[in-house]
Design a protein around this ligand. Sequence first.
Ligand code: FAQ
Length: 331
Amino acid sequence: MASQNLQSVPAELSPEEQEREAAGQAYFDRIISEDSRIEPRDWMPAAYRKTLLRQISQHAHSEIIGMQPEANWITRAPSLKRKSILMAKVQDEAGHGLYLYSAAETLGQSRDQMMEDLIAGKARYSSIFNYPTISWADMGAIGWLVDGAAICNQVPLCRASYGPYGRAMVRICKEESFHQRQGFEILLELSNGTAAQKQMAQDAVNRWYAPSLMMFGPPDDDSPNSKQSMAWNIKRFSNDELRSRFVGMMVEQVRVLGLTLPDKDIRFNEETKKWEHGPLDWNEFKEVLAGRGPCNSQRVERRREAHENGAWVREAAVAYARKQAQKENAA
Ligand code: FAQ
């Protein structure tokens, strides 16, 4: 397995340390080859820890920044029922962020540091959350397409080799399934409504389709991390493989919605047995990743404001914890 050759034991270590490192590497290689789980206190290669921290922290940031496009519509939801469903969904995303920050913390990075990186604009989060939500139908399109893509990408992550990440993903995926259903239902209702409502739903699907396909990451031949992450059983499938599966799922569901996908090149390739789609604008993707998407600066700015406005809550929680600890010590 590739992972077994990547970590050479550093020469400057003492013989005892070298022996410990070699034993740790052997244990790690066995766990990976048995498709079992690495836990926080287990020995792991520095590069494995680094790639997990990279992926999990980006994922956590995506959930937190991902609250903004939908939170933007809570006050404008068309009914009390829709408002409470949307509020619950946005709260779920906050919960997902917290599970994931906790999983990342087990790798030795503090949550404060991750948050500082995010609000300093130094951390990545999913490209998808840099697009604006301009109509109510966007709540449907986000639930159906964005949460749909998230599920497709994240169900295999439930089997990720790092225990805390895999376990967090199990709970997250259950909630994402509900999110996708609620998005589908919003679009279905609009699609069966007036001609203007149906058009609003179609317009939202047209705008969110390509960005949701790009959520799966760059094409495989331009994905520097995939090979190693797959060798370590973090990722189970390549970016293109998951993107193709997602297209296949959407093709079926869009028929039920009575809408269309804005891609005339979708087809099932009988030879490869894979769904194919039309070209995506990877320059746009790169621009968004470079911070030049439609909403990048607004998203980070709002997060910074929220963090600063929430300082008193954090201070109060610390003061309360201190007081409780003093009480317990005095008892
Ligand atoms: N956006 O070599 P690869 C959600 C970066 S949660 C931004 O292929 P990898 C729930 C990548 O980080 C959505 N950056 O990388 C929700 C790397 O940069 P780096 C988030 C992207 O890690 C719904 C570089 O490009 N989901 O939606 C993107 O092997 C509604 C090269 O790429 C996750 O994070 C992108 N789309 O594969 C919440 C799932 N794609 O770090 C609210 C977990 C790639 O070298 C509302 N993550 N990059 O500087 C993963 O599965 C993987 O990390 C991938 C990328 C597949 C995203």
